[in-house]
Write a protein that binds this ligand. Structure first.
Ligand code: PEP
Ligand code: MN
Length: 346
């Protein structure tokens, strides 16, 4: 349920509603817009009489049931777009974010070189895995904390904020000490303890859609994070399992457009994991922006043929740089922009 307060409501009126919710063992989450305040009511059992009860309160305009199973992430609760701020970079605003870098941090030289190259081409954030979820236990699983330190060096060198994956609740504290955005991978989308621990860290979280997750399940997972009091969640569509085997996954652009309608959270797309083939990454990156994505996350490697993971889907520095002006053109066509340096546009 949401409680819509009148524009004339006083702080004391809001407080009175929150207190009554507390008496019912319910929690009120405030969404304070310029015009009005909305209180999102969440809890296990909302009494059937609560709506009428609250509508009698001073300052309350109306109380409305939220029809979707997810509440706080729903547009019904929060009609305006949420903008997640990462070290001054806004995700979900008019400019599309480009997060680029290798699948895994292999050594310091390669992550610093990657950071410099993607920055020169116009990327605004750096990706790189330290803890890698791999389908086979014999594949390279990342350098762990040592790789986090290398990411921090790359950030110091370039100023690019870092996005990196955390795989277990126990590692959240460690990874959050280095990361600007905690990535929760597709395989962990429904690891509810991890979602809550990441939420409680207060660090922005990028939540990838599970391999076979419905859009509703994905948004319910985001709800777990936001319900901890952390509103900074970025959704990432990264392709889903279908009958098709010619590509690694099937990029679900329906999900990008629909998620943007159902939730106020920013939605970005990962054409690298969605396609599994480097030459399909630029067209799907462009399509994602055209479909309304708030940005993309792509894998870029100094030498994809020798990458320790996901080389087949990694762009070279040159291919990444060539894609950026195209991305900017598509963004402009849909009323957005991509932050790219002037020399790359020429
Ligand atoms: C990754 O970003 O390298 C990754 C493992 O992604 P996903 O969880 O989408 O497979
Ligand atoms: Mn990868």
């Amino acid at each position: 349920m949401i409680v819509v307060m009148r524009s004339t409501a006083r702080q004391a009126d809001i407080q009175a509603v929150l207190e009554r919710l507390g008496e019912h063992q319910l929690k009120g989450h405030l969404s304070q817009g310029e015009e009005r305040t909305i209180i999102g009511v969440v809890g296990a059992a909302i009494p059937p009489t609560l709506r009428e009860e609250l509508e009698l309160f001073e300052g309350v305009q109306e109380a409305v049931r939220i029809t979707r199973p997810y509440k706080l992430v729903s547009r019904e609760f929060h009609p305006l777009d949420t903008i997640v701020n990462v070290r001054g970079i806004e995700i979900g605003g008019s400019s599309c974010v480009v997060i680029a870098g290798p699948c895994a941090v292999e050594n310091e030289d390669m992550i610093v070189a990657s950071a410099q190259a993607v920055k020169a081409a116009g990327a605004t954030m750096l990706r790189g895995g330290a803890f890698k979820p791999r389908s086979s236990p014999y594949s390279f699983r990342g350098h762990g904390e040592a790789a986090l330190a290398m990411l921090a060096t790359a950030r110091d060198e370039t100023g690019l904020p870092i996005v990196t994956e955390v795989m277990t609740p126990n590692d959240v504290e460690l990874v959050a000490r280095y990361a600007d955005v905690l990535q929760i991978g597709a395989r962990n989308m429904q690891n509810y303890q991890l979602l809550e621990e990441a939420g409680r860290s207060g660090t922005p979280v990028m939540l990838k859609r599970g391999l076979s997750a419905t859009i509703e399940e994905w948004l319910l997972s985001a709800e777990y994070i936001v319900a901890t009091g952390n509103p900074s969640v970025i959704l990432c569509e990264r392709g889903i399992r279908t009958f098709e085997t010619a590509t690694r996954n099937t990029m679900d652009l329906n999900a990008v457009a629909l998620a943007k309608r159902r939730t106020h959270l920013p939605v970005i797309a990962d054409p690298s994991h969605a396609t599994g083939k480097w030459y399909l990454v630029p067209p799907l990156a462009l399509a994602s922006i055209a479909a309304g994505a708030d940005g993309i996350i792509v894998e870029v490697h100094p030498d994809p043929d020798r990458a320790k993971s996901d080389g087949a889907q990694s762009l070279t520095f040159a291919n990444f740089a060539a894609m950026m002006p195209q991305l900017n053109a598509v963004a402009a066509a849909v009323g957005r922009s991509v932050a790219i340096p002037a020399e790359a546009v020429a």
